[in-house]
Design a protein around this ligand. Structure first.
Ligand code: NAD
Length: 476
């Protein structure tokens, strides 16, 4: 290991990013209420300075070849890998996700490495569009300039990398604004990546939505790539209209899963469970409403309860935990409100639904609710937590109609023993990604993004890279 990719201890990483005692905003472990650290808060003047630095750095960064920028990204991936333990601990303490089991904090840090390397590896070539007696036309992909990345709190490090890696690869420089709930995770990640990246190409400023608004309004930022709620996406689009700033919007979803009548309930139960409860349900492309045919309804409900019963929820940093708390009180309140609405609407609670509020931490138990109508709020709204409604259907067309009834469309899934039949249903679902016999299984090579009010633009793969570039044709 080179000195550049030295491994920091958790204490050293925290010391490098946290504000001095009495300054900044205090971040607390959502499971225990213990202080994790303090995030220094940036002002609009800090944003001006960061944008100036980013604009200056972008000139040299853009002059590098694609291979040279790839080499830098690979070194950044090495640095993340070398610091994986400290980063995972920071993420687990601040975000709340388990340190060891399930799709945990280490899984997220591993995702950061994988996505950085994948973005370094994609070939980027000039495309020859015409080459005949009429002449020759080439398509070049050029940097946009300075990219502002605004992110959420559920997968703070991984989503930051989804914004950083393609933007840097295409010759842009990046200024990030992480969620005010999880700034330390992104400050830590960027600190580690900046051990090896050239100065000024990647910066991070912590602050709340007002700072995000200042990013969107800043005339030195050429593009905003945003991941967060649909409501904030709309606000960003309005502000960005002032100077026609380019946008990628990865917004909320309410993913449907349809079980077909030929599925094997026992075989699919664990996949359904993790599709829904990954990161305690705080995942944009998690399964958020499940449609099950009459013939399999009871068997699927029973199989899901059996899986849920063996998944302990606890403090993220404790090794036995498989699921963690909700990250913040506002999210806890949303889940509690929606489960109450489900009970009020005649839903049958199969497990959970009754939080122990005498305990510290934002723990909402794993909850399955059966027998709901499609317009019950727990079905129709994005619950973004550990509560899955299970809706009965008797006719497949009706299930497809219910799945497509909402104004969002991020992911969806079909569960069946017959891949062709499942694919036929997948083709009818209004979503940017449809998975068969799995849910939310993202891959850096496969484009990801929403339809309808889940946003526009794509991340990952070649489409994701092109999202961070402008097309320029040259005709000879
Ligand atoms: P949010 O919209 O509340 O906040 C996201 C970010 O926007 C934060 O950094 C916040 O400070 C900032 N912000 C707030 N107001 C702003 C404004 N007016 N201008 C600019 N920035 C502003 O979202 P959240 O609660 O952090 O995240 C949860 C939501 O994100 C869920 O809806 C989830 O589905 C969605 N999400 C989508 C994806 C995806 O890839 N499509 C991935 C993860 C999360």
């Amino acid at each position: 290991m080179t000195e550049a990719t030295a491994s920091l201890t958790y204490a050293d990483l925290l010391a490098a990013i946290t504000a001095p005692e009495g300054q900044g905003v205090e971040l607390k472990d959502p499971a225990t209420g213990e202080t994790v650290g303090r995030a220094p808060q940036s002002t609009p003047a800090d944003l001006d300075a960061a944008v100036e630095t980013a604009r200056a750095a972008q000139k040299d960064w853009a002059k590098l070849s694609h291979d040279e920028r790839s080499a830098h990204l690979n070194r950044a991936a090495d640095a993340i890998e070398a610091n994986a333990a400290a980063l995972a601990e920071l993420l687990s303490r601040e975000q709340g996700k388990p340190i060891k089991n399930g799709p945990n904090a280490a899984f997220e840090v591993g995702g950061c490495v994988a996505w950085t390397r994948a973005n370094a590896a994609f070939p980027i070539e000039t495309e020859v569009l015409v080459d005949d007696e009429s002449g020759r036309a080439e398509l070049h992909w050029e940097p946009i300039g300075v990219v502002g990345g605004i992110g959420p709190w559920n997968w703070p490090m991984m989503i930051a990398v989804w914004q950083i890696a393609p933007a840097l690869r295409m010759g842009n420089t990046v200024v990030l604004k992480p969620s005010e709930y999880t700034p330390l995770s992104v400050l830590g990640l960027v600190h580690v990546m900046n051990q090896v990246l050239p100065e000024g190409v990647l910066q991070v400023l912590a602050g709340d939505g007002e700072l995000g608004k200042a990013f969107t309004a800043h005339d030195g930022i050429d593009k905003i790539t945003f991941t967060g709620s649909t409501a904030t996406g709309k606000a960003i689009m309005k502000t960005a209209a002032e100077d026609l700033k380019r946008l990628t919007l990865e917004l909320g979803g309410n993913d449907a899963g349809i079980v077909l009548d030929d599925a094997d309930p026992e075989a699919i139960a664990e996949g359904l469970f993790w599709g829904a409860f990954i990161n305690t349900g705080q995942t944009c492309a998690a399964l958020k409403r499940l449609y099950v045919p009459d013939s399999l309804y009871d068997a699927v409900c029973e199989a899901l309860v059996a899986v849920a019963e063996r998944m302990p929820m606890g403090v993220g940093i404790e090794e036995a935990s498989v699921l963690g708390p909700l990250q913040n009180k506002a999210q806890y309140d949303i889940v509690a409100r929606l489960v109450q609405a489900a009970k009020d609407g005649g839903g049958r609670v199969l497990i959970g639904g009754d939080p122990d509020e005498s305990q510290p931490g934002y723990f909402y138990p794993t909850t399955l609710v059966a027998d709901l109508d499609n317009d019950n709020p727990l079905v129709a709204e994005e619950q973004f937590g550990p509560a899955l409604p299970i809706v009965r259907y008797s006719d497949l067309d009706e299930a497809v109609e219910m799945a497509n009834a909402l104004d969002v469309g991020l992911g969806a899934s079909v569960w069946s023993s017959d891949p062709q039949r499942a694919k036929d249903v997948a083709m009818r679902l209004e979503a940017g990604s449809v998975w068969i016999n799995k849910h939310g299984a993202i891959d850096p090579r496969v484009p990801f993004g929403g339809v309808k009010q889940s946003g526009f633009g794509r991340e990952f793969g070649e489409l994701g890279l092109k999202e961070m570039a402008v097309a320029k044709s040259i005709s000879l």
